[in-house]
Design a protein around this ligand. Structure first.
Ligand code: C5P
Length: 219
């Protein structure tokens, strides 16, 4: 028996890093563990939502009780997100690579000796959050993330406007905070009404608080 304020609501969550291939065996990645996105999917599920969880190759396992769509690249993540719409809300917690390798090789690149090294060229990846926020199938509530190391609220407020999302969950990922890869998070929630500084708490508690806010907003 499904109970909770989000019963009958479909929420899309993106999570984890993306991998951008260099050749069939090598890739460019980032250090996102997928911990915060996974906790958010769990919290939304526990409030009764139908969750589609689009995840890159994350370090933490995907949760039970959600529809998991596994992708590798940003381009695949965009396609999976578009295929998952419509949704009542979207929470875009993935650390999407900004660039992919434009001259990726279809075959494993060979080491030639004589000190020759390959050159990588980059192309810009699609911005999934912007594209969902500005798209025809826009969910009623779109939540983005912002990892900053300085002027967190100011940069995140600018990002909210630029990307066209409703809320930004901003966090300070300066090395001394221990947040990247850690179990705690200290976030500032940026909405149209302004910035709310939340106390430092576990990523699970951040997820539950955010899920409750999403439920209240959709009610
Ligand atoms: O621009 P920046 O990467 O700092 O913005 C972070 C937010 O944008 C996150 O919500 C992230 O999931 C989203 N994003 C995206 N597609 C990209 C880059 C970022 O959806 N290509």
């Amino acid at each position: 028996l499904a109970v909770g304020p989000l019963v009958g609501r479909h929420v899309l969550v993106t999570s984890g890093p993306t991998h951008e291939p260099i050749d069939p065996v090598r890739y460019i990645a980032n250090r996102s563990s997928g911990a915060q996105g996974t906790a958010i999917a769990v919290a939304l599920r526990d409030l009764g939502a139908t969750v589609t969880f689009v995840t890159g190759p994350a370090a933490v396992p995907a949760p039970n009780g959600v529809a998991v769509v596994r992708v590798e690249t940003a381009a695949q993540m965009l396609a999976a997100v578009e295929a998952a719409l419509p949704a009542d809300a979207a929470v875009m917690a993935a650390a999407v690579a900004d660039w992919r390798v434009a001259n990726a090789s279809g075959q494993k690149m060979k080491k030639h000796g004589s000190g020759q090294v390959p050159s990588l060229e980059f192309a810009e990846n699609p911005d999934i959050l912007s594209s969902v926020s500005k798209g025809l199938m826009r969910p009623k509530l779109v939540v983005g993330f912002a990892a900053e190391t300085e002027r967190v609220a100011e940069y995140a407020a600018a990002k909210r406007l630029r990307k066209g999302c409703d809320w930004i969950v901003a966090n300070d990922v300066s090395p001394q905070t221990g947040i990247m890869g850690g179990t705690e998070n200290a976030v500032t929630l940026i909405t149209e009404a302004g910035a709310e500084v939340w106390p430092r708490m576990g990523k699970d508690a951040v997820a539950r608080a955010l899920a409750a806010r999403i439920a209240a907003s959709l009610a």
